[in-house]
Design a protein. Structure first.
Length: 328
């Protein structure tokens, strides 16, 4: 049995704690959170103990640390946990500042460092199926990718103010997905963005709608569409166009039930919340982390992936502000 410490007892921390409990060979031992009530509630639900950071990291029985705390703690906690010899599962992004993230290369980017970045969408079975078909050459050589990522409704403005902005908070998942699918470095970024959903988001200094164009050195193109409001559910689609055709991953419905009548066909609604849509992806990434903890594999997504996704986010922000192509 391998003991795990979780840093952060909020919404995503609770999801990870549940998946630890359901993963054979893992046991949640420590819960660390500055909000005492949140830590106590999660500890009571899981049979863990409330601890402070030092106690959790200095416990020799702890083999793995899950960092699900606020973004401004991700890098510091990762550095401390890696230095303590733990396997680390850190939520995205690695940090909100690219220079600061890059400064940790010696400690976090070395060979054999067991730092796993939580870009959960790579573990979604639909997107994994799409990637597998691309790799198998089913549609020939990849040429262009279209990624649609629209939230059902905007988050509270209080969240927007501390999120790092649309590009670093929301689109960063899509930047990682684009890198994974294109399978070669992005060399050019162009983005245009507006505040069309909620004026309060604009007043907070952010945008809520964006279109992003990525280009690789060989000429592959990826178009990313982001919106904080769809009006029709959580819209998560990918289309990949190759020399021989198209492979696509569509939205997941609440059910497969549909009604056929004179007015046409009416299907069930899209899943409306990211924790529902990506529940299986979160479960699969915890299974991968368990393999890392047991020493069976190295992380599929690591420090370099986190830095590269953050670099694309910063480039998109710069491009949106200047209306210029940013070359990397």
């Amino acid at each position: 049995m391998h003991d795990i410490a979780i840093l952060g007892a909020g919404r995503i921390g609770r999801i990870h704690a549940k998946n630890v409990a359901n993963q054979p060979g893992l046991r949640l031992k420590h819960v660390v959170d500055p909000v005492a009530a949140a830590a106590e509630d999660l500890a009571a639900e899981t049979g863990a103990q409330v601890s402070d950071l030092d106690a959790a990291l200095n416990d020799p029985s702890v083999a793995g640390v899950i960092i699900a705390s606020s973004t401004d703690t991700h890098l510091d906690y990762s550095l401390k946990a890696v230095a303590a010899g733990k396997a680390v599962f850190c939520e995205k992004p690695i940090d909100q500042d690219l220079d600061r993230a890059r400064s940790a290369a010696a400690a976090l980017g070395g060979r054999g460092v067991r730092l796993f970045l939580g870009f959960n969408r790579r573990f979604d079975p639909n997107f994994q199926g799409l990637k597998a078909r691309l790799a198998a050459g089913v549609v020939g050589a990849l040429e262009t990718v279209h990624i649609t990522s629209h939230d059902p409704a905007p988050p509270p403005v209080s969240y927007v103010k501390v999120s790092g902005g649309l590009f670093k908070d929301m689109a960063i998942h899509d930047f990682d997905m684009a890198r994974w699918l294109l399978d070669e470095p992005v060399t050019e970024v162009f983005a245009t963005a507006s505040c069309l959903v909620d004026p309060a988001i604009g007043e907070a200094g952010d945008v809520d709608t964006a279109k992003i164009l990525l280009r690789t050195a060989s000429g592959k193109i990826c178009v990313i569409s982001n919106s904080r409001r769809s009006g029709y559910g959580y819209d998560q689609r990918i289309e990949a166009f190759g020399s021989k055709g198209l492979v696509r991953a569509d939205n997941v419905m609440e059910s497969t039930v549909s009604v056929w009548g004179k007015g046409g066909v009416a299907s069930d609604a899209f899943q409306n919340f990211f924790l529902d849509r990506y529940a299986e992806a979160y479960r699969r990434e915890m299974e991968h982390f368990a393999q890392i903890v047991r020493g069976e594999t190295l992380p599929l997504i690591g420090y370099v992936d986190g830095v590269e996704a953050l670099a694309l986010a910063e480039a998109a922000g710069q491009s949106a502000r200047t209306s210029q192509v940013v070359r990397l």
